[in-house]
Design a protein around this ligand. Structure first.
Ligand SMILES: Cc1cc2nc3c(=O)[nH]c(=O)nc-3n(C[C@H](O)[C@H](O)[C@H](O)COP(=O)(O)O)c2cc1C
Length: 366
């Protein structure tokens, strides 16, 4: 098991409707006031990162969406140590705009911004804003060039780059970001193209929720590919966390979320998401095997099964760590209250279990 402690991120609810496509009551709001307070609670509770979402339009009931880069800056301004990951879509953004915007935010926030390059899955959104929609693997080829260009601009003077999607000639960005060598670059996706890109250029690979075995298979694949490329990549896994004093209570909350799911919105989202993956050469993407219940949390977060008592959840997190996971990306029903509960009851247990696992080999040899 890795020596360093597992990290925690939470999904910023900058999109309305929370993180489940359900009519269940959610004391979560997409407003800036709610989100500023949430970010403060999260950093006090021991969270390392907050991940914003980028949406121009949504097909699953997420009617309102605040833009991710502007929103990230507002959260950074309201906090002191939390890192905020701004989501960016190649297409609407170019690497030159993203590099400049994020370098400025990094300067303004003493080096706390990071970026999530999302390759996109939603054709209707691109059509709505008049952006060309590329085929699956082309989207990843463009994202990889985007990341290479970002790194080049952030680290090199007189940057010159000739790609199929982007060109730079003798460009020097000033000022560069504070963070060295550059702000961390995350990416999401589970297809072969996504994994190959992570194994070449990304600092972090985010994947949808899955069983420990499913995640282990992805971790092993990416780490082997990255090693062959002389690259190393860290791994974050999505999970919808339902921590309650008893397992029955937690399971009842899950049952209610699924019972009150909005079938029309879930099926519309499932159709668009599955269609996006089917256009990859392997015919598979993030959501290929997702059931109706899985799709109610739009990144398969129930599958990771962080549902139960604080101890059960802490044990599963440490199990994820033992197969190579570096970060848990969490979502909650009532974000403010549940982030605080997690920080109070789950996180200390995780740290205890991690410490016990570190001590174990010493005890065995004694
Ligand atoms: C953790 C995570 C965060 C994501 N955030 C966004 C987002 O904010 N906006 C978006 O359009 N897609 C987002 N995606 C979708 C991915 O960019 C990608 O399009 C999707 O996972 C399908 O990838 P695949 O075809 O490689 O499986 C996210 C995915 C993951 C795993």
């Amino acid at each position: 098991m890795s020596q360093s402690s597992i990290k925690f991120a939470y999904w910023v609810p900058n999109v309305s409707g929370g993180l489940v496509v359900s009519k269940i009551e959610q004391r979560t709001s997409w407003t800036i006031d709610y989100n500023r307070k949430l970010a403060q609670i999260a950093e006090q509770s021991g969270f390392d990162y907050a991940l914003t979402q980028i949406r121009f339009t949504a097909g699953y009931g997420a009617e309102f969406q605040h833009e991710s880069v502007a929103f990230s800056h507002a959260l950074l301004a309201a906090t002191e140590k939390l890192k905020v990951i701004a989501a960016i879509l190649p297409g609407p953004w170019t690497p030159s705009v993203a590099a400049k915007q994020l370098a400025t935010i990094d300067q303004l926030t003493a080096g706390r911004v990071a970026v999530n390059i999302v390759s996109g899955w939603f054709k209707g959104e691109f059509q709505a804003i008049g952006e060309p929609w590329l085929e699956h693997d082309e989207r990843y080829r463009r994202s990889e060039e985007f990341i290479r260009a970002l790194k080049g601009i952030w680290t090199t003077d007189n940057f010159t780059f000739k790609g199929d999607f982007y060109r730079f000639h003798d460009y020097t960005l000033k000022p560069k970001p504070i963070q060295r060598p550059h702000p961390e670059i995350f990416q999401g996706g589970s297809s072969r193209a996504a994994r190959d890109m992570a194994a070449r250029v990304s600092d972090w690979y985010f994947t949808n929720g899955n069983t420990v075995e499913g995640i282990k298979a992805q971790v092993d694949d990416i780490r082997a590919k990255a090693a062959a490329n002389g690259h190393s990549v860290k791994i974050g896994v999505n999970a919808f966390i339902i921590a309650r004093d008893t397992e029955e209570e937690a399971r009842a909350v899950l049952a209610e979320i699924v019972d009150k799911a909005d079938p029309e919105a879930v099926n519309a989202f499932g159709d668009a998401a599955k269609q996006a993956g089917q256009s990859s050469p392997e015919g598979e993407g993030n959501w290929a095997k997702s059931t109706f219940q899985d799709l109610v949390q739009y990144n398969d977060g129930f599958k990771t099964n962080l549902i139960g008592t604080p101890r059960q959840i802490a044990e599963r997190i440490v199990e994820l760590k033992s197969v190579g996971v570096d970060l848990v990306l969490s979502a909650f029903l009532h974000f403010q209250e549940e982030v605080a509960y997690f920080g109070r009851y789950v996180l200390p247990l995780v740290r205890e279990l991690e410490a016990a696992a570190q001590r174990k080999p010493v005890a065995e040899t004694a």
